[in-house]
Design a protein around this ligand. Sequence first.
Ligand SMILES: [Zn+2]
Length: 353
Amino acid sequence: MTEVTQDVERCSICTLPAVHPLAELDDQKVCKSCREKIVQEKKQNVFKNEEELIAALAPFKGSGRKYDVVVPLSGGVDSSFALIRIVEKFGLKPLVFHNDHGFEDSVATDNVRKLCASLDVDLLLWQHDFNFMKTLWRHLNTSNIPGASACYLCANVIYMNALELANAFDVPLLINGYSKGQAEIIEQKKRGTDILAQYLQYISKNDPEFTEEFMRRYKILGKQRIFAGVEDLEGGPTEQVLTIPFFLFSFYKTDKATLQEECRKRFDWQPMKTSYPARTTNCEMIWLNTYVDNKKFGYSVYDEEYAGMVRSGDMTADQALKDLEHTPPEGLLERLADEIGYDLNQKHSQKAG
Ligand SMILES: [Zn+2]
């Protein structure tokens, strides 16, 4: 039942699967993004180096508030590295937020506790009402929304929790350590809005009660202000929460081996027991979500994320293929499907609905 992602036809340069709507492979098996050399630089070059970024953050430092910044921390290498930098280099006082949606690897949570103790910063561990998350995943996996991944929706919920915390504790800044690829995917606003609209349509038809709860949680998005350029920092704190994706800047590389080394220099960082894509995550549910995405679309959100990292030079194509190998531990998919009430034998047509 395991999908072997290596067998799919891919861009010979960046590994993007041929079935991806943006691929449009030519005779040389090169995708559109590689032909047009889209390295997705855009805002990454707002600052020349880390020193410029740190200087620009000055209006947010020591604002008289208890905390300068909320930092979500998963316990993986990306967000751990971001937090170390924010505390030791930026000199900002963080409120650290760790999310537990019921399928976290306990090794990741241990990493979080160890790092926060070592940096001597406040940590809030938020354990969810698990049923909300299970219902969220079940509906998305059961639906047939083109290109929509349960991981994408879940990342949104975690982000909204971070916003809610920032709002509740009067913290004007939120810096998240989403990997570069994740940050870019979440940045594609139109696509996100489309997916959300279709998801809402699906749940309101099938589960009105859940829809109400879902909508209530989304209200907090009105409080966010997403970083778009230097001018967002110049004025200092406002009533809204300014969100900056840490890995958006080109001087931060997301090479996992390097990040791991950096983390280990600072504390006893331990790798998760099982992880998809390899070496990164703290979430078990990703195995099932990816299985379903591969079944529905022939690719997952991670194929897209990793192809982007190959194009921007953060990772080799060989390493990407290795990390994207989808080999779930024995019996795991069955257990997860059972937990959320998804039928592993469900057939998905590519048509929306
Ligand atoms: Zn390509």
